[in-house]
Design a protein around this ligand. Structure first.
Ligand SMILES: *[C@@H]1O[C@H](CO)[C@@H](O)[C@H](O)[C@H]1NC(C)=O
Length: 407
C-alpha cells in the first residue's frame, strides 16, 4: 500500500507522518490568500505573489530532515522530508509565515508534526531511481509520485512499497539545466519494499549493460517501457541497497564507545577577581626612553646650530692678509673691466660698420682691392645684395668682422 501523507494547511494543523516514509505537506497559496485583505477590485488578488518562511518554533530554521521548496511566488510551497526513528515521540511545531509580496502583510500558522513509529520500519530493500525529466517539486505532487510508485510496484511486485526519500539532483552536485528544450534538473527518488529486488531491477547489473553504461550508452532494460511514457529513468544510476546486508557490514565497525571523554581531573577556572596589570614599565620602555634620546639629540643639534656658528669673519681671520688683499684687488679690477665693457658696447657697432658714417652716408672702402674678401662683406651682402642668403656669410668675411672689432 502506498503511504504518502499529503495534507492541506490550516491553522495549527496536526499531521501524523510515519518514520521512514516520505512526508509531503503542501503550503497552498489559495488557503493563505484568505488571510490577506481583499484587493479593491474583486478577482485581482488571485495573483498576489506569496512566499513562505518555515522554521521550527523558537529556532531560525527547519529541523534537518525537513526540506522546503517553492519555485516561484506564484506557485505553492512544499515541505517534504523523511523523518527517522529518532524523531518519533516529540511533536515538531513548524511555524509557517506567509508573506504577501504586494501588500507586505503576513499571516502565521503552525503545523504540528507528530511522527509515528511503524513496526515494519525500515523496509529492507531500498532502490534509488534517478528520474531525468522531473524537477523535485513536480515529483512531489501526489498524483505524479503515485504514478511512479504504481509503475515501480508493477515491475517489483512487493507486498508493501513506500517512497522513502526525494532529493533534487542539484543537492547531489547536479547542474542547473540550460533554459532550453524544457530541460529539468532531475530528481532522485528512493523507494523501499519488503521483497527482494526483481530481476528487471537487476538487469542493469549484467555485463552487457555495465559495458553500455561505461560507454555512456543507455542500457537495455526490459521493464523501462513501464516508466517511459512519463518517467525518463537513468538506469545506470539506479542504486539497490539491501539493508540487512549493510547492517552486517556495519557490525564489523569498531565500537563507537560511550561518547563520554575520560576523566582528566578537576577543572580549575581562572579566578574571578583579576589583578589589574601595571603598564608603567611598558610605558617607560616604549615612550620615555625614545623621547629622552630624542631630547638629547635635539639639544646637541640646537647647540651646535645656534651657538657654534662660524661665518665670513672667522674665514677672513684665518686667511693671510696678503691673500685677502690680492683677492679684493682682483675683484676690483674685474668690476672695473665689466663697467668699461658696458660703455664700449654702446659704440662698437659704428666702429665695426665702416660702410656707414654716423650720419648714414656711404663711405668708400678703405682698401678697394680687398673689397670682395676682407673688409666689409657683411653689410654689403645684406643691404646691397638682398638676394644673397644672410645665413651663410663667407668665412673670410666673418674673420674680417672680428678683426675689425679688435678681438
Ligand atoms: C534523504 O535525502 C537527503 C538528501 O540526500 C539526506 O540528507 C537524508 O539523510 C535522506 N534521508 C533518509 C531518511 O534517507
Amino acid at each position: 500500500m502506498v503511504i504518502t501523507i499529503l495534507s492541506r494547511s490550516h491553522a495549527d494543523r496536526n499531521v501524523y507522518p510515519s518514520a521512514g516514509v516520505l512526508f509531503v505537506h503542501v503550503l497552498e497559496r489559495e488557503h493563505f490568500k484568505g488571510e490577506f485583505p481583499p484587493y479593491p477590485k474583486p478577482g485581482d488578488s488571485s495573483n498576489d505573489p506569496i512566499t513562505f518562511n518555515t522554521n521550527l518554533m523558537g529556532y531560525p530554521d527547519r529541523p534537518g530532515w525537513l526540506r522546503y521548496i517553492q519555485r516561484t511566488s506564484h506557485s505553492d510551497g512544499v515541505l517534504y522530508g523523511s523523518p527517522t526513528a529518532e524523531h518519533v515521540g516529540k511533536a515538531t511545531i513548524i511555524e509557517i509565515t506567509a508573506y504577501n509580496r504586494r501588500t507586505f502583510e503576513t499571516a502565521r500558522h503552525n503545523l504540528v508534526i507528530n511522527i509515528m513509529s511503524t513496526e515494519d520500519y525500515p523496509l529492507p530493500y531500498q532502490a534509488e531511481f534517478f528520474i531525468k525529466n522531473m524537477n523535485v517539486e513536480e515529483m512531489l505532487a501526489s498524483e505524479v509520485l503515485g504514478d511512479f510508485l504504481g509503475a515501480v510496484k508493477n515491475v517489483w511486485q512487493p507486498e508493501r512499497l513506500n517512497a522513502i526519500n526525494i532529493t533534487s539532483a542539484l543537492d547531489r552536485g547536479g547542474r542547473v539545466p540550460l533554459p532550453i528544450n524544457n530541460l529539468k534538473e532531475g530528481v532522485y527518488v528512493m523507494v523501499g519494499a519488503d521483497v527482494q529486488f526483481s530481476s528487471c531491477l537487476r538487469e542493469v547489473e549484467n555485463p552487457h549493460n555495465q559495458l553500455r553504461c561505461s560507454q555512456e550508452m543507455e542500457p537495455v532494460i526490459s521493464c523501462d517501457k513501464k516508466f517511459r511514457a512519463q518517467f525518463d529513468i537513468d538506469w545506470c544510476k539506479i542504486n539497490l541497497v539491501d539493508i540487512t546486508k549493510v547492517v552486517t557490514i556495519h557490525s564489523n565497525r569498531p565500537d563507537p564507545g560511550t561518547g563520554v571523554l575520560p576523566d582528566i581531573g578537576e577543572y580549575n577556572p581562572p579566578s574571578e577577581s583579576l589583578k589589574s596589570r601595571d603598564f608603567f614599565a611598558d610605558f617607560l620602555i616604549t615612550l620615555a626612553v625614545p623621547s629622552a634620546v630624542a631630547m638629547v639629540l635635539f639639544t646637541i643639534l640646537g647647540y651646535s646650530m645656534c651657538c657654534r656658528r662660524e661665518g665670513v669673519d672667522k674665514r677672513n681671520m684665518q686667511t693671510p692678509d696678503i691673500q685677502l688683499v690680492h683677492h679684493s684687488s682682483i675683484q676690483k679690477s674685474t668690476k672695473e673691466l665689466r663697467s668699461m665693457s658696458k660703455n664700449r658696447e654702446i659704440s662698437w657697432p659704428l666702429s665695426t660698420l665702416p660702410v656707414f658714417s654716423q650720419s648714414g652716408e656711404v663711405v668708400p672702402p678703405i682698401h678697394p682691392d680687398n673689397y670682395e674678401t676682407t673688409s666689409m662683406p657683411l653689410m654689403q651682402t645684406q643691404t646691397a645684395l638682398p638676394t644673397h642668403s644672410s645665413l651663410r656669410p663667407p668665412p673670410t668675411g666673418q674673420a674680417a668682422y672680428y678683426h675689425k672689432r679688435g678681438l
